[in-house]
Design a protein around this ligand. Structure first.
Ligand SMILES: [Zn+2]
Length: 184
């Protein structure tokens, strides 16, 4: 790193510390020629590019905070969230790209979150994929059922003594599908 004052090519590191939750390292340097001090920043190569074009270092903490909202009231603890964020980072890094669009981070979240908690997954997916109708939820739930790994009984299906047909979702807007997802 050349000295910004005298352009001398050698400097000595006098201090080194992490910043931005470990996403970057700041180094305080002293020029070996003129003795003046300057700071360099070493940043993670993995950058997330938002739709606005702004890029920022990938952050597990941001993955956790984004997913935590979807997990409100669900039996998901911090360890599980940390593990999820780690899996997301591994998936994203395995693409080998230095810059990834933020929606690909969202994509990488969907799989691990689905394994973690179906309801949280559905909440997250509904925002991330901008569900705007019951039909979107129905399609997603149908896909989830087809995977066959729903570990929980379906909540709040009222039996009204009618024929136990397999079509509870077509009754009316605001029925069970939405109620089951939003919680108290
Ligand atoms: Zn210098």
């Amino acid at each position: 790193m050349r000295c910004p004052y005298c352009r001398h090519p050698e400097s000595r590191v006098t201090d080194s510390r992490e910043a931005d939750e470990g996403a970057m390292i700041r180094r305080r340097r002293s020029c070996r020629e003129c003795g003046r001090r300057f700071t360099t920043v070493e940043e993670a190569v993995l950058a997330v590019v938002k739709r606005s074009g702004v890029s920022e270092p990938f952050s597990r903490a941001k993955v956790v905070s984004g997913v935590r909202k979807a997990c409100q009231g669900r039996p998901v603890d911090d360890d599980a969230l940390a593990l999820l964020a780690q899996r997301v980072e591994e998936a994203v890094r395995s693409t080998g790209c230095a810059e990834i669009p933020s929606h690909e981070v969202g994509l990488a979240i969907l799989g691990p979150l689905r394994e973690l908690d179906m309801v949280a997954y559905l909440r997250f997916a509904s925002v991330y994929r901008a569900f705007d109708s019951l039909a979107d939820f129905e399609a997603e739930i149908t896909a989830l059922r087809a995977l066959g790994d729903d570990p929980q009984p379906v909540p709040r299906v009222e039996s009204r003594g009618a024929a136990p047909g397999p079509e509870p979702a077509h009754a009316a807007p605001g029925d069970d599908l939405v109620g089951a997802g939003s919680g108290p």
